[in-house]
Write a protein that binds this ligand. Structure first.
Ligand SMILES: C[S@@+](CC[C@H](N)C(=O)[O-])C[C@H]1O[C@@H](n2cnc3c(N)ncnc32)[C@H](O)[C@@H]1O
Length: 267
């Protein structure tokens, strides 16, 4: 796809979907959009844009393709072991409950995994979890606690399935015990203000799609949204490097602790 065509698509998709595609890595985005238009309209960009005007199913499919909602319960298993073994005991020491944010929560699996981990640590009912995404459709499923198919449930151990989910005809639905501690909200990470004072922010497999300067700005805003000593939990293919590490200290796995500038200099 040439530059002019891509610019035209960016512009149209922004108008139709309110998505600022310039923040996302162009190569990946171009490839995704190109493959999609090939499949949906035989590669004819004009025909695709014309259909987009009043084909709601195509519009929804386009949004899904662009926002990349892939997720899983306890995604990257070993990180959840580190969370349970090291992170939660350390971060909850001396506190009654924790304030946690799942930023880019997709269909809710990450927030529910966090709630289960908090329950195992005995702090769920005194804690609060904020789960946000800018995609209304996935957020609606997250809010409803499912239903999740057997395939979607594969990361949940049998004992947790029995304890925290109910079987319905449509699939498994999360129990009130988990959902009651989670507040769901629509937040665009590139535009909306952030709440503050989180003990843990999980933003995983979201920043990989952003241009470097957008990612750096986001990391700095996450730092400001963390409580002193709060932790940022990122995806397994992501890392804080160079200037992005300023004001953070890696504490193991994909966890980075907010540190004051003074402590960072001593460390
Ligand atoms: C690949 S999923 C990751 C879900 C989950 N964090 C995980 O690791 O399994 C990325 C999510 O980020 C959301 N997202 C992408 N750009 C966003 C933005 N600018 N603001 C808020 N959410 C965004 C997408 O809608 C999608 O649900």
């Amino acid at each position: 796809m040439d530059d002019v065509t891509y610019a035209r698509l960016q512009n149209q998709l922004q108008r139709k979907l309110g998505l600022d595609l310039t923040a996302y890595k162009p190569q990946q985005m171009r490839r995704r959009i190109g493959t999609f238009i090939q499949r949906e309209a035989g590669g004819d960009v004009g025909a695709f844009l014309a259909r987009l005007q009043n084909d709601h199913a195509l519009l929804a499919a386009t949004r899904d393709m662009l926002t990349i909602n892939v997720t899983d319960f306890f995604r990257d298993g070993p990180q959840w072991d580190i969370l349970a073994r090291d992170v939660l005991p350390a971060v909850s020491r001396g506190k009654r409950g924790l304030s946690i944010w799942s930023a880019g929560c997709s269909r809710g699996q990450e927030a529910l995994s966090l709630a289960i981990a908090l329950d195992h640590a005995g702090v769920l009912l005194s804690s609060r979890i904020l789960a946000t995404d800018f995609d209304r459709e996935v957020l609606a499923k997250a809010k409803a606690g499912g239903p999740y198919s057997q395939e979607e449930m594969r990361g949940v151990p049998a004992a947790d399935r029995a304890k925290y989910f109910q079987e319905t005809r449509a699939g498994m639905t999360a129990a009130r015990r988990l959902l009651g501690q989670i507040r769901f909200a629509e937040v665009n990470l590139l535009r909306d203000p952030f709440e503050k004072n989180f003990d843990l922010i999980a933003c995983r497999n979201v920043m990989i799609y952003f241009e470097n300067h957008v990612k750096s700005e986001l990391i700095s805003r996450f730092r400001q949204a963390l409580a002193p000593d709060g932790l940022l939990f990122i995806g397994s293919t992501e890392a804080l490097l160079g200037d992005d590490l300023a004001g953070f200290q890696r504490v193991g796995g994909n966890f980075y602790r907010r540190v004051s500038e003074a402590r960072r200099e001593v460390a």
